[in-house]
Ligand binder design. Sequence first.
Ligand SMILES: *Cc1c(COP(=O)(O)O)cnc(C)c1O
Length: 411
Amino acid sequence: MTEKPTYVTHLECGLTGEDDYAPDVIHGLSRAGRPLLVRYDLETMAQDLDRDAIWARGGGFWKWRELLPVRKTRDVVSLGEVDTPLIPLAHVSRDLGAASPVLVKDEGRLPTGSFKARGLALAVSMAKALGVDKLAIPTNGNAGAAMAAYGAAAGMTSYVFCPDDTPEANVREIALQGAKVWRVNGLINDCGKIVGGGKDATGWYDVSTLKEPYRIEGKKTMGLELAAQLGWTLPDAIFYPTGGGTGLIGMWKAFDEMEKLGWIGAKRPKMFAVQAEGCAPIVRAFEAGERHAELWEDAHTYAAGIRVPIAVGDFLILDAVRASGGAAMAVSDDAIEEARRAAGTRDGMLLCPEGAATLAAYQRALAAGQVTPSDRVVLFNCGSGLKYPMPDIAGLLDRHKPIDYQALMNG
Ligand SMILES: *Cc1c(COP(=O)(O)O)cnc(C)c1O
């Protein structure tokens, strides 16, 4: 990779708009206790950059270097990223009466099997550029795995705290990717308190969702990639499984930046923030007309990645959803599992539970007329379905007995 010009001018508070945060120094939250957003010299970028030349580079999200904050190539930490495919759910879409198949953007193809690779690659690379050598994170699994992997590749030490019922594959991959990992008897926000509380004693950098400014920039690449894949247009609707909301916020930021660069027009997709009925703080705030979401007590859902009882970027999620004409929707764990089964058995697409939640939500939105059968719809499958427990529905066969093949075929 050769050096590329970079265009970061400053950072600003996502809530107050205060814009006196310098680039190239370590930041956490803004003075208002809210996420910081990275700003670029979009005017110069519009003159310098050619969208098609960048897209033609191939490879994964590091191709967007000039739209990202990492200044020096030596700080780029890479594990072989790819552009993630858009896969049509042909049979399920026909079953639901859609005019053309809904598309699944399968983020499970990224390093460590989830889209957390996008955010954490940026966070770790920026931490490296700023001289950080110890990272800590609260996680429901995938963020910790991505931070551990990119942190190991960068030669850093990682400390990871996850709820004790985090999917087993996650906990073990985190350790095998070089991090120190603890199971904590609480939820992700309890883990977050442990990370925040240890900053002075340990000197580690807090990489919690939206508490450092660069994960959003990584997630932004989903929006850039999606627009390029659709010939520099955007779909009519996007269904996104929403925990901390980094991806939804990041894509919305990408759309805005691309419009200012003259790469796309003003049309935006309806953004649907999908949560589980057992943990739906954003949905509750959306329905109440609030801009901030209160802590959700006793959060539970087997879609671990969206079990996030409180989000520091709540207003950024809600603003985007409202501005887009979309909605925040909650679906039940039963509906999630049913959607997961349908996508797998009908279309050969093994979704993670969070991805399946978007299919369940799409089905509801279609029935309610919030999207039409002819709308072009993209669902986000944010992680590999292989990381999660699956129902055991295999039969048992005794090879010492005669095999009744007719019974096998009918069984
Ligand atoms: C983290 C995660 C989410 C939620 O993503 P946010 O951008 O933090 O809202 C959804 N699905 C999976 C599989 C995840 O790992």
